[in-house]
Design a protein around this ligand. Structure first.
Ligand code: HGY
Ligand code: MN
Ligand code: MN
Length: 429
């Protein structure tokens, strides 16, 4: 398995759902998502790996290295944002498949020379709906897998056209029933989606913590009326109210040190959305994030106070609900030291780094020792067609993930309780 087969595969997958300016549009459980799943399936079948699909559409390829043992899981997500980038998530899944392929070959070669069997099995995952663009909340598939979200509730979530997750997964043939494997450890590699690694010329980021994040689901209720015949003093304009809410969600960042809080509204629906009708209802989703939980909570409270003012000023009713709340995650020190050591052994520069973006590792870190790795993003942009990472950085990341995975299947993060006695691999041949 050479590096250019990784690059060939990556650039092949980037053609699925490709958009005019080098992006992709492969939203969860769409036909394009199904196509990438079929690509994942073919890669695994070609190698005789066991394929599973669980009850929320998570797609797994399992490689038995030590029968009956838990699995070291590598992976990320193949779904994208609308008009998104071709690297976000997809890089980590394809890197996971290639890393697993290298590990499996290395174990087989070891076994042929009488080497000890690994301690754990190995698997690769393509998580369902990490992005949350079509179906909210994001990080859905891995959160259900980790027991943080209820599967039935998530299967009932509907998109803006009223299609449920259950219906959409059924339509693409990925509403599974397969058993979820027991996980010994999880490792994910992902583009940084920020500027730090690029600015410092460092190849690998070892993620030590994630930012505190939450969404505010906001509904602005006014009164429908004629845009031409209704006196201004008689109007209860939900869209005007929504516009002021959007501005306050932005302006709240000025209350804090620069770049300590990020917040914006990214999704809005408007009813009835007619040029001759004063809007009766607007639905908005605001995204608030900070390293410090208290900053998010203070910003949230300020926005709620602003909302009360806007309500009174325009005779509206505005309902706001917290959701998709994700506490800071701190990744295990042992995993960070493993990443530092592997980078050193491979001659790659590395540094500890936080993540502002959410990832499936944020969910998985709640149930298994997790290693989260970054490669540089050019210009730090993501969730847009301009998203880009260099081939050489991607290839270095695959080397990194393959070596981290190799050490994980040999028990690098195993607790003493998990420690199994070394057994020659041929015992399982
Ligand atoms: O929420 C996130 O940051 C991710 O892109 N889904
Ligand atoms: Mn991602
Ligand atoms: Mn993303």
């Amino acid at each position: 398995m050479t590096t250019d087969t990784f690059l060939t595969d990556f650039h092949e997958v980037a053609q699925i759902g490709a958009t005019p300016n080098n992006g992709v549009d492969r939203q969860a459980a769409t036909a394009e998502d199904r196509e990438t799943r079929e690509w994942f399936r073919a890669f695994a079948k070609e190698r005789g790996w066991e394929l599973r699909v669980d009850g929320i559409g998570n797609q797994l390829a399992l490689i038995e290295l030590r029968p009956g043992s838990p699995y070291v899981l590598l992976g990320s997500h193949l779904d994208s944002q609308p008009l998104g980038g071709r690297f976000d998530g997809a890089y980590g899944v394809i890197a996971g498949l290639h890393a697993a392929d290298r590990i499996a070959r290395r174990v087989a070669a070891d076994a042929a020379e009488g080497g000890a069997a690994p301690q754990f099995n190995l698997a690769v995952v393509n998580w369902f709906n990490e992005e949350g663009g079509r179906f909210a909340p994001s990080i859905m598939g891995s959160s259900v897998f980790a027991g943080l979200m209820n599967e039935d509730e998530m299967l009932d979530v509907r998109d803006l056209r009223g299609v449920s997750v259950r219906e959409a997964l059924g339509e693409i043939g990925y509403l599974g029933t397969d058993e979820r494997p027991e996980i010994a450890a999880y490792a994910e590699i992902h583009i940084e989606q920020g500027r730090i690694l690029e600015r410092e010329g460092i190849a690998i980021g070892a993620v030590d913590r994630s930012w505190y994040t939450q969404k505010l689901d906001i509904e602005v209720l006014g009164e429908q009326s004629h845009t031409g015949a209704t006196l201004m003093s008689d109007r209860h304009d939900a869209l005007l109210g929504a516009a002021k809410v959007i501005q306050r969600v932005h302006e709240v960042t000025d209350l804090f040190e620069p770049e300590t809080l990020v917040s914006s509204v990214g999704q809005m629906t408007l009813e009835p959305n007619s040029p001759i009708v004063v809007a009766r209802r607007v639905h908005l989703v605001a995204d608030l994030r900070a390293d410090d939980r208290e900053v998010v909570l203070r910003a949230r409270d300020q926005i709620l106070a602003d909302i009360r003012e806007i309500e009174a000023e325009h005779g509206l009713v505005i309902n706001a609900r917290d959701f998709d709340v994700r506490d800071n995650q701190h990744y295990p020190e042992q995993g960070l030291e493993l990443a530092d050591q592997v980078a050193l052994d491979l001659g790659l520069g590395s540094r500890r780094i936080r993540t502002m973006a959410g990832h499936d590792s944020v969910a998985m870190n709640r149930i298994a020792p997790t290693v989260m790795l970054f490669i540089p993003s050019v210009d730090g942009v993501s969730h847009c067609e301009r998203e880009f990472s260099r081939d050489e950085d991607m290839v270095a990341g695959v080397e990194m993930l393959a070596e981290v995975g190799w050490r994980l299947v040999h028990g690098a993060l195993a607790s003493d309780a998990d420690a199994a006695d070394p057994v020659p691999a041929h015992a399982f041949a």
